[in-house]
Design a protein around this ligand. Structure first.
Ligand SMILES: NC(=O)CC[C@H](N)C(=O)O
Length: 199
């Protein structure tokens, strides 16, 4: 497949799918919405958008893609999850609704709605050493946080009080916030680097 464009899917069951498709396309990837197992098989990388993790969980099981995604993650598929997507990538979800499942892969615990309800949403500038200067302007919308990291998981960014809000483990990347809504493309660029390295 040398020379072909990198194909990156955006899980398109619920959430801010279009924003991710736009950023990925602008960066030169062949970006496509993904809903079915065959589509999961066809991509070189996958983005799980922000939205509502309990809904993404339910719909992914209803559409029969949850097991395909789990299997491809286990095989090393690069995946980037923002907000609800980070929750879907976490091995352990705290404060989920009853029976809520994640795809897992990231050896972290994530606490849903860690800052409270919608009125407690906020924006802030974050230092992200792996991305260099300037700081990332980050929007937190009913955001989760990472409350503990396994040995393989690396914190990429923290709030001033030390709360971890961006994490990477191998080809898996997760942020509590939404770069795709603040015109920030460096996380997606970093992710496309992980996808290229894994191809
Ligand atoms: N902006 C978001 O993606 C919010 C995540 C949402 N609170 C959830 O639990 O999935």
């Amino acid at each position: 497949m040398a020379g072909s464009a990198t194909r990156v899917g955006v899980l398109a069951l619920q959430g801010d799918v279009r924003e991710h498709l736009r950023v990925l396309s602008e960066l030169g990837a062949e970006a496509m919405p993904v809903r079915r197992p065959a589509e999961v098989e066809a991509v070189d990388g996958l983005v799980i958008p922000g939205g509502e993790s309990s809904v993404i969980d339910k719909l992914s099981r209803t559409f029969g893609v949850a097991d395909s995604i789990r299997r491809r993650i286990a095989e090393g598929l690069p995946v980037y999850g923002t907000c609800a997507g980070l929750i879907m990538l976490a091995d352990r979800v705290l404060d989920g609704i009853e029976g809520q499942q994640s795809f897992g892969g990231l050896d972290v615990s994530v606490r849903r709605n860690a800052f409270g309800n919608q009125t407690r949403s906020f924006e802030t500038d974050l230092d992200v050493p792996v991305l260099g200067a300037p700081p990332v302007h980050a929007a937190f919308i009913r955001a989760p946080v990472v409350v503990d990291l396994g040995e393989q998981a690396e914190a990429l960014a923290s709030l001033e009080d030390g709360t971890v809000v961006a994490v990477q483990q191998g080809s898996l990347l997760g942020t509590s916030f939404h770069p795709e809504v603040t015109g920030e493309s460096r996380f997606h660029r970093h992710f496309l680097g992980l996808v290229a390295a894994a191809r």
